[in-house]
Design a protein around this ligand. Structure first.
Ligand SMILES: [Zn+2]
Length: 236
């Protein structure tokens, strides 16, 4: 009987005791699968919005902020496998999910205008305390995957989320929402002049944060902004 290479043998052995599960449906993964099972890979609800410039996410921003394009990879519904996957990415210490999705989507975005002219990728910054607690920013992991596939740099340090002071935290929700535009600041904006920036986040829900970040970036001379998220929670 031919002997399996030690690596395979070890891998099977480890899998026997620590099986890997599909990040979306929790079925055990079989050999050759990583992160998602083949069933989920083929059936998760992709929007294909990057092929439709007049899609629902793009339309949401019309009249609010000038974007070159806006898209999301998946539809997000409560109780769905997409929600499970994003939950793992955010709360179960699975940053690699963000990277893998970013790589997968990056190859698709390279094929479609205006995303094919992006110069760099910037994730929506997480509150510093949250990032410290979680150990990573899930949007930055998505940006890292996109960066690998699109062969464009991603930057975490140029768009910054200011820390709230105690008094700001006590403000009402509406006041905080109105303040969202003042939450972000730029670092060394001259380095981004004239760039087409792909601004990315995990899920677009109200769009307020992405809008505030895009407005901030658009203060830089010559900058153009497009938006991409893992999923859209807009109801249609
Ligand atoms: Zn699955």
């Amino acid at each position: 009987m031919p002997q399996a290479p030690l690596g395979d043998w070890l891998n099977d052995f480890v899998t026997l005791f620590y099986p890997e599960w599909c990040a979306a449906c929790h079925l055990p993964l079989v050999k050759g699968e990583s992160l998602l099972c083949t069933g989920c890979k083929m059936t998760l609800p992709e929007t294909k919005f990057h092929l439709d410039p007049d899609n629902h996410v793009a339309r949401h921003f019309y009249g609010r902020v000038q974007l070159q394009g806006a898209t999301a990879l998946y539809f997000f519904r409560k109780g769905s496998r997409v929600q499970t996957m994003i939950h793992h990415l955010k709360y179960h210490d699975r940053p690699e999910i963000g990277v893998a999705i970013g790589q997968y989507y990056g190859y698709q975005l390279l094929q479609a205008a205006p995303y094919d002219t992006v110069d760099c990728i910037i994730p929506v910054p997480l509150h510093p305390k949250k990032e410290h607690k979680r150990g990573y920013n899930q949007a930055a992991q998505f940006a890292r995957g996109l960066s690998l596939a699109m062969e464009k740099p991603y930057y975490k340090k140029y768009l910054i989320r200011k820390s709230f002071t105690a008094t700001q935290t006590r403000k009402s929700r509406i006041e905080r929402w109105q303040n969202v535009g003042e939450v972000f600041s730029l670092h060394q904006p001259r380095l981004l002049e004239g760039k087409h920036i792909l601004l990315v986040d995990d899920v677009v829900t109200t769009g307020a944060t992405l809008e505030a970040c895009a407005q901030k970036l658009l203060q830089i001379p010559g900058v153009e902004v497009s938006v991409a998220t893992i999923a859209t929670a807009f109801t249609f």
